[in-house]
Design a protein around this ligand. Structure first.
Ligand SMILES: Nc1ncnc2c1ncn2[C@@H]1O[C@H](COP(=O)(O)OP(=O)(O)OP(=O)(O)O)[C@@H](O)[C@H]1O
Ligand SMILES: [Mg+2]
Length: 225
């Protein structure tokens, strides 16, 4: 596949009138009403830009992130990624886009499989997308651990052996493993102690500058953004 010429003015992500309503079922299983989780949200992100999405709890921020990732089906609206509307693409067509959009989740305690070692967790995406040889993946794993400030031995350990801040570093390494174009960071520090929040935010800022990342940064606190 060839890629179109790079146009610095074109947005990497453009969301137009994104709407998501969840049906709420009664005890008899009939949908009677809908939760209006997201109503006509529009915004765009240029390559290399960090855009903050701020709103109070329950305002639909996670739903916007999950819909962009297509973990949730949009009800209406367009999700233009690099010029292509991915709002209604099928699973097969989404595979290539899945690699290019990665998410860092809100809860570092719930988002990592407790039975998998850190090395396997970070390398998982590279395996799914068949990136590199086993040897190249091992090299990339070592590089990623270093990039997020974890020791090489971390690869052989399990999530419960790490603190919240360290787990969020693992989550960031996991997202970066497949070299995505866009990172959706859903309140990546809200579950962390204040002192650790600053470390993880500094890491994201540093990675943004070093790797030229494009980030949709979700928060309920304007100060964090
Ligand atoms: N799968 C679902 N089924 C039904 N309703 C849902 C579902 N997911 C989210 N909602 C509802 O959609 C609304 C928005 O939820 P969402 O999790 O997107 O909010 P949020 O802004 O991320 O909140 P927080 O800051 O607490 O993380 C809420 O009213 C929520 O109850
Ligand atoms: Mg949320």
């Amino acid at each position: 596949m060839s890629s179109p010429p790079v146009n610095s003015a074109a947005p990497l992500l453009e969301v137009r009138d994104l709407t998501k309503r969840f049906p709420v079922k009664t005890g008899f299983g009939r949908p009677v009403r809908q939760v209006h989780a997201v109503e006509k949200v529009s915004f765009s992100i240029a390559p290399g830009e960090v855009v903050g999405l701020v709103g109070e709890s329950g305002s639909g921020k996670t739903t916007v992130g999950r819909t962009i990732m297509r973990l949730t089906e949009p009800t209406e609206g367009q999700i233009l990624f690099d010029g292509t509307d991915i709002a209604h693409k099928g699973a097969r067509e989404m595979l290539a886009f899945r690699r290019r959009i990665q998410m860092v989740f809100q809860d570092p305690f719930a988002s990592l499989n407790p039975r998998a070692r850190i090395g396997a967790l970070i390398a998982e995406g590279m395996e799914i997308h068949r990136i590199g040889t086993a040897r190249e993946r091992a090299e990339r794993l070592a590089e990623l651990l270093d990039l997020v400030g974890l020791p090489p031995e971390a690869a052989g350990r399990y999530p419960h052996e790490f603190s919240g801040g360290q787990r969020q570093r693992i989550g960031i390494a996991r997202a970066l493993a497949v070299s995505p174009s866009l990172i959706v960071a859903d309140e990546p520090v809200s579950a962390l102690d204040v002192s650790v929040q600053a470390q993880v935010l500094n890491l994201l800022q540093d990675l943004k500058e070093r790797l030229g990342l494009t980030i949709l940064f979700i928060a309920h606190d304007l100060a964090v953004v």
